[in-house]
Ligand binder design. Structure first.
Ligand code: NDP
Ligand code: MG
Length: 379
């Protein structure tokens, strides 16, 4: 039987790769809905090829002219369209592949409609942590982020054994070997030059600042019910070991593969089965060496902030995420130097880190206050 899947953020890096793997297995999947923010041309092309019944453009308020040959598809517009698509799409699965906390309400809508969520959109879990997990009983939220997919894969077959530690790998980004002073003044172009992964702009900047790993520490806490001290970041520049878990007998189980998101995307779609991804297989002889380093907390304060936000609880992680989103886009627009990003997040955490996060209203409020503080620091 074919599974229906809605792809939120289909025009992005993850969305396009999901469409590629679906194309390899047309006997297994059909696409029920597609969403873009503003990229109408690509969305139309995807609708033409995949023939979903529903499509949405969240970054456009009013209806835009729809090509005549796409009249089989209903188009929705505006920010609310994301939730509507998540809720109304036919089928069992929703792939959350939009960027930023914009995905949170859509993920909640998908869960309220009884859908299984395949989660690439980590900001949703960072901001909504407890509330999202409460809405997601076992088996209804599957990780797509490569590290979390790796951990999830490593835990298969662990039986009743609890892991002792999560070894969350990080490439270290383009500034791994730079000194602290040089990192402060890195340009947009330098920060966009990721050594091992090709991804959307926001996560690429987050990888350079290591806020991506900060978000992933928080993501791992929620997905695997980990205590913060059980999560150890391991810098691994080759990006071949996608993460590992350590058990009480000392065994470390890791998942290895080429740096390619098609495997984690498809695994979330077919779990516990595995299908061909069409990617180049891993050749250990070609790789030759795998190396591991401790992260440098002086150069990358983001990691410390993630642990502090987890310890603070409440809306602290939501504040960290919102301030980072603001700082990240301000850096991309050339408004602030790279070194300003962690300062902005730190300031927002100090000011709003004790807010509650019991429900969507709390989270919206903490998110808005953090953005206000971040924006005030851009001037
Ligand atoms: P991209 O920037 O490539 O794509 C983002 C997608 O979301 C696009 O379809 C975009 O539409 C849409 N979008 C942008 N802003 C909004 C908004 N405000 N509301 C609704 N939709 C919006 O991002 P990635 O694919 O790289 O990343 C997506 C998510 O997956 C992120 O949370 C990221 O952290 C996570 N992730 C990504 C990985 C990767 O390899 N790329 C790896 C692991 C996790 P449009 O094209 O019209 O702008
Ligand atoms: Mg990742």
């Amino acid at each position: 039987m074919r599974r229906g899947i809605a792809i939120l953020g289909s025009t992005g890096s993850i969305g396009k790769q999901a469409i590629e793997v679906i194309g390899l297995h047309p006997d297994r999947f059909f696409v029920t809905a597609l969403t873009a923010h503003k990229n109408a041309d690509l969305l139309f092309e995807q609708v033409r090829a995949l023939r979903p019944r529903l499509a949405a453009m969240t970054g456009v308020e009013g209806p835009v002219p729809i090509p005549d040959d796409l009249s089989f598809c209903e188009f929705l517009f505006g920010p609310k369209a994301l939730e509507e698509a998540a809720r109304e799409a036919e089928g069992e699965d929703v792939l959350a592949a939009v960027v930023g906390v914009a995905g949170l309400k859509a993920v909640m809508a998908a869960r309220n409609a009884g859908k299984r969520v395949l989660l690439a959109n980590k900001e949703t879990l960072v901001a909504g942590g407890e509330m999202v997990m409460n809405a997601c009983p076992a088996g209804t939220l599957l990780p797509v982020d490569s590290e979390h997919s790796a951990i999830f894969q490593c835990l298969q077959g662990a039986g009743p054994n609890q892991y002792e530690q999560i070894l969350l790998t990080a490439s270290g980004g383009p500034f791994r070997t730079w000194n602290k002073e040089r990192i402060q003044t890195a340009t947009v172009q330098q920060a966009l030059g990721h050594p091992t992964w090709s991804m959307g702009a926001k996560i690429t900047i987050d990888s350079a600042s290591m806020f991506n790993k900060a978000l992933e520490i928080i993501e791992a806490k929620w997905l695997f019910n980990a205590r913060p001290e059980q999560i150890q970041v391991v810098v691994h520049p080759q990006s071949i070991v996608h993460s590992a878990v350590k058990f009480r007998d000392g065994a470390v189980i890791a998942q290895l593969g080429v740096p390619d998101m098609k495997l984690p995307i498809l695994y979330a779609m077919t779990y516990p089965e595995r299908l061909e991804t069409g990617s180049k297989p891993l050749d250990l002889f070609e790789i030759g060496q795998l190396t591991f380093e401790k992260p440098d907390p002086e150069k990358f304060p983001a990691l410390r902030m993630a642990y502090e936000a987890l310890k603070a609880g409440g809306a602290a992680c939501c504040v960290l995420n919102a301030a980072n989103e603001e700082a990240c886009y301000a850096f991309l627009r050339g408004e602030i130097p790279f070194g300003r990003i962690p300062q902005i997040v730190e300031a927002a955490l100090q000011k709003h880190g004790a807010l509650p996060a019991k429900n969507l209203d709390d989270i919206d409020r903490a998110d808005a206050l953090a953005r206000e503080t971040a924006r005030a620091m851009l001037e």
